[in-house]
Ligand binder design. Structure first.
Ligand SMILES: [Zn+2]
Ligand SMILES: [Zn+2]
Length: 176
C-alpha cells in the first residue's frame, strides 16, 4: 500500500484501498488472513511528518484454541501511524533521536509512504490472546480427541485421560 508523497498535502489525502492479503505475510496455520484488507482513511502532511489515520476491515482465519477447528474472525479496527523521512532519521538532527523513541514511528523514503507495516501490526493486535470459535465451544474429548461440538463421544468419566495421568494413578496405587 504505497502512496506518492507528492500527492499528500497538508489538508490531507483521503483514500480507500484494498490490499491483497498475500502482501501482509500473515499466513500461519493458526492465524492467517482469509480476505483481502480494506483500508480507508487519510494521510496528512505536517512539514516532513506524515500522519495516517484510518480504519481496517478484513477477516482472519484462526484455529480454535479448544477444538482446533479453523474459524473466521472479522477484524474492524482503527490504525494510526506517524511517518518521518528515512534520510532524516538518526543523522541530521539530534532531536530525531528522541522522536524515534516513540513506539509507533515509521519511516518513508523520499517519494513514497508504505502503510503496510502499521496496518499489519494493527491486524495482529486485534487477535485475542486466546481465541475460541464460539463462547461455549466444547473442545475436544480429553479421552478420545473427538470434537465434542459435533456430538458426544462414547467415553465415560472413568476412561483414562491420558498416559501421563495413568502414571500418576499407578503411583497412587503403589502408595496404597
Ligand atoms: Zn472451537
Ligand atoms: Zn471421547
Amino acid at each position: 500500500m504505497l502512496f506518492d508523497t507528492d500527492e499528500i498535502f497538508e489538508e490531507g489525502l483521503d483514500f480507500d484501498v484494498r490490499a491483497k492479503k498475500e502482501s501482509f505475510g500473515i499466513d500461519q496455520p493458526e492465524c492467517s488472513l482469509a480476505e483481502d484488507v480494506d483500508v480507508s482513511g487519510s494521510l496528512k502532511k505536517t512539514g516532513k511528518d506524515i500522519f495516517l489515520t484510518g480504519r481496517i476491515k478484513t477477516e482472519l482465519s484462526l484455529e480454535c484454541s479448544r477444538c482446533l477447528e479453523p474459524f473466521r474472525f472479522p477484524v474492524a479496527t482503527g490504525v494510526t501511524a506517524h511517518f518521518v523521512p528515512e534520510s532524516k532519521a538518526g543523522k541530521e538532527h539530534g532531536e530525531v533521536e528522541v522522536k524515534t523513541a516513540e513506539v509507533d514511528i515509521e519511516f518513508y523514503d523520499e517519494r513514497r509512504v508504505d502503510i503496510t507495516q502499521p496496518v499489519r501490526d494493527q491486524i495482529l493486535l486485534a487477535v485475542p490472546l486466546v481465541y475460541v470459535c464460539k463462547k461455549d465451544c466444547k473442545g475436544l474429548c480429553p479421552h478420545c480427541g473427538k470434537n465434542l461440538n459435533s456430538g458426544p463421544c462414547g467415553c465415560s468419566e472413568d476412561t483414562p485421560i491420558d498416559p501421563r495421568l495413568e502414571v500418576l494413578k499407578s503411583l497412587k496405587d503403589k502408595l496404597k
